[in-house]
Design a protein around this ligand. Structure first.
Ligand code: ADP
Ligand code: MG
Length: 346
């Protein structure tokens, strides 16, 4: 018989722990896309392809193929273990993260809430490895032929988490989030080529480039690229490159500020405020600036370990960094306005 004065606290089993943790990393199908793209970038891929299939109501599968380094067969299995990563080794590394991933949670989380087929091969090996895993359980491991690199295919997303599945928005809304995710990564990583297809139809394609205006044109469209003023500036603590719209092209809505910090698409109310401050009184009443900025900050000044999805960052020496961004925008607009006035005087 049970003792009646026994405690009631139990350690949760792995499956429960994994499902809870997966909920933080994988909020919606676009989170899967973001995580797989980050892994492809970290693998040093030249070319990254995303293929989405939809059913009548939902996203039915997500596939990301990269030409990166691939994985050794034992690593391929290890990659699905929670907190297993090749990217950091200890707490000291957290203060100088130079990869997109480091928590070792994405593949474990994705596999906990879907069916994943991973095919991968390194350059050194002749054969590739295929692993099928569903709800965190490995169903098969086999040798297959495969090009160098990695393909991850995700089906049946949220099949075992009905609460999460119920809160998925319409197919169109989820697709929009996926577009935003691919755009963000493509803008943040002009050193790789990206391609997005939905049901076989191409939605986005970028080529490798080092010219930021070309990246803006490829990702956000030629119209956007035409109306932005290029910006490039640096201070001892940061460097910012990209484009900002002319004051008269400011938008009727907020939310057109696209930022990446050290290769990571991020949201940052502080940086948004800094950008507005740079425009100052030049913003027409009731309008909002649009900006496409690639920001580099010394990794020791950026804490990306704030949220499991790593969309938020915390900055040390925030005043200096934001001040640098505000100054860069103010200076750029000032010089541009002078040129603008000069030409209009003739
Ligand atoms: P993290 O990216 O934080 O390390 P993940 O769960 O996303 O955690 O991936 C676990 C590990 O699997 C990575 O550290 C990496 O070694 C390997 N991996 C994942 N995706 C790829 C890929 N596309 N190419 C090569 N290796 C990969
Ligand atoms: Mg990762």
């Amino acid at each position: 018989p049970e003792e009646n004065d026994a405690g009631v606290i139990r350690l949760l089993d792995d499956e429960t722990v994994n499902t809870i943790a997966a909920g933080e990393v994988i909020e919606r199908p676009a989170s899967v896309v973001k995580e797989l793209l980050e892994n492809a970038v970290d693998a040093g891929a030249d070319m990254i392809k995303v293929d989405i299939s939809t059913g009548t109501q939902h996203i039915s599968s997500i596939q990301v193929t990269d030409t990166g380094c691939g994985m050794h067969p034992s690593d391929a299995q290890m990659s699905f273990v929670r907190h297993a990563t090749s990217k950091i080794r200890g707490p000291d590394d957290l203060s100088r993260i130079h990869t997109m991933g480091f928590r070792g949670e994405a593949l474990a989380s994705i596999a906990a809430v879907s069916r994943v087929t991973l095919i991968t091969r390194t350059q050194e090996r002749d054969a590739g490895t295929e692993i099928v895993i569903e709800g965190g359980e490995i169903l098969s491991v086999s040798e297959v032929s495969s090009p160098q690199g990695t393909t991850v295919r995700v089906d049946n997303i949220f099949f075992n988490t009905p609460a999460r599945r119920k809160f998925l928005k319409s197919r169109q809304t989820e697709l929009l989030h996926i577009y935003r995710a691919v755009e963000g990564e493509a803008f943040a990583h002009p050193e790789s080529a990206f391609r997005l297809r939905v049901n076989g139809k191409e939605k986005l394609r970028t080529q490798k480039t080092t010219a930021i205006t070309q990246t803006i044109a490829q990702v956000y469209g030629a119209d956007v690229a035409r109306e932005v003023i290029p910006l490039s500036a640096g201070t001892p603590v940061m460097r910012v490159d990209g484009g900002i719209v002319r004051p008269e092209a400011c938008r009727p809505n907020a939310g057109e500020i696209h930022l990446c910090v050290n290769g990571r698409p991020v949201t940052s109310p502080q940086i948004v405020r800094g950008i507005r401050a740079g425009y100052g009184t030049l913003i027409p009443k009731g309008r909002y600036p649009a900006a496409y900025l690639n920001i580099r900050i010394d990794t020791s000044l950026v804490d990306v370990n704030v949220h499991p999805a790593k969309r938020e960052i915390r900055l040390s020496r925030e005043k200096d960094i934001i001040g640098g961004i505000t100054g860069a925008i103010r200076d750029t607009l000032q010089t541009t306005d002078l040129i603008h006035n000069d030409t209009s005087a003739h």
